[in-house]
Design a protein around this ligand. Structure first.
Ligand code: SF4
Length: 358
């Protein structure tokens, strides 16, 4: 892991992005703890942003003093203004634009009970996310979100509600859940786009049905990785072949849905990752969630591709994505609030990144 700052200089990546990317990758060198949520300023005094990272990583260069000062080795690189144990909850607000919360993430299918994906940290977290998927239970969940709003805030300010679980076992189960959610939102006159993280919604009929009955709707296909899928992912994800995914996104887009995907950077070699991203990126209408692979345990350490031992692997992934997006004439840019373990923070393709950060 030595030399991550030199690699960032070689790639022309700003210091802030290099620090945050490395922090996501290496986690925090605390004695205890599996996963923490930080509101962190990098450098000290900068606008705070949310990140969720592994803790209890003895080899990490990053330490957090009781005062909140964040060090990389002996160097002060930032400050945490808030530190929480990351727990699996039923819902939380995101995308604070200075006047209102514009997005929420909800977890009605009890993500913490879902198992089967080796890189998934959910089972390591404390949990407070009972299954809440009937109409009455969804109203309760939304009431809980409303209580988190500032004075004068309204859930009608939301532009997007993401259903964070990829745990639905079948396409029909996912469609039914989306229909119930839309019904509940309509009854409260909330017109936010529903975004579902899923691998089980795959058919053109389903996309058309969602556009007609649930829209506005976005599909974030949980692609996650290209190689070793049977080993790494649960069956309902692994049985979707990566070579079918670009056409699946194209079908969803054709039906009138927003489209995007999740992908974990650090599991596949560059030679497997690059053609996959080149095929997927032209099909998105929302910038994808390209997440730095975070290992929380020594067993998870063993999942990464050997190339990911080098920090430059991640910088090269940034470069690949930027170049494919330019070639596809796609002017989407990362939305900093959307991904807590992103490849980008302050800058994208040499341009500053603006917008909400938490
Ligand atoms: S589908 Fe996989 S990644 Fe998603 S919550 Fe379940 S185990 Fe975790």
């Amino acid at each position: 892991m030595d030399g991550w700052h030199d690699a960032a200089d070689r790639f022309g990546v700003p210091r802030t992005d290099a620090v945050l990317l490395a922090l996501n990758l290496y986690g925090l060198q605390t004695r205890l703890g599996a996963r923490v949520r930080l509101q962190v300023s990098v450098p000290v005094g900068a606008q705070a942003r949310t990140i969720v990272i592994a803790a209890g990583r003895p080899d990490s260069p990053f330490t957090l003093a009781d005062s909140g000062q964040l060090f990389a080795g002996a160097e002060l690189v930032g400050a945490a203004v808030r530190t929480d144990v990351d727990d699996a909850v039923s819902g939380y607000l995101r995308c604070w634009d200075g006047t209102a919360w514009r997005a929420a993430t909800i977890n009605p299918a009890s993500r913490s009970k879902c198992t089967g994906c080796a890189p998934c940290p959910t089972s390591l977290e404390p949990t407070a996310d009972p299954r809440l998927d009937t109409e009455d239970e969804l109203h309760l969940l939304l009431d809980g979100l409303r209580q988190q709003l500032p004075h004068g805030g309204s859930l009608r300010d939301l532009h997007e509600i993401t259903v964070s679980t990829a745990c639905y076992e079948s396409e029909d189960a996912a469609l039914e859940a989306m229909m119930v959610l839309r019904k509940v939102l309509r009854s409260r006159r909330i017109d936010a786009r529903i975004v579902l993280l899923s691998s089980v919604v795959r058919s053109r009929e389903a996309f058309r049905w969602l556009a007609e009955h649930v829209g506005p709707f976005g599909l974030f296909l949980t692609a996650d990785c290209v190689t070793r899928r049977n080993l790494i992912l649960k069956k309902t994800k692994a049985d979707l072949l990566p070579e079918l995914m670009p056409a699946l996104l194209a079908d969803a887009r054709e039906a009138g849905l927003d489209t995007s995907f999740t992908y974990i950077v650090g599991l596949d070699s560059t030679k497997d990752m690059e053609p996959f991203l080149s095929a997927m990126l032209p099909q998105v209408t929302l910038f994808p969630s390209l997440q730095v692979f975070q290992a929380h345990t020594p067993v998870m350490d063993g999942l990464h591709t050997p190339e990911a031992d080098e920090f430059s692997y991640f910088l090269n992934a940034r470069r690949i994505v930027e170049s494919v997006m330019v070639d596809a004439a796609n002017n989407l840019v990362p939305e900093p609030w959307r991904c807590y373990r992103s490849l980008w923070y302050e800058s994208y393709a040499g341009q500053p990144l603006e917008g909400p950060r938490r």
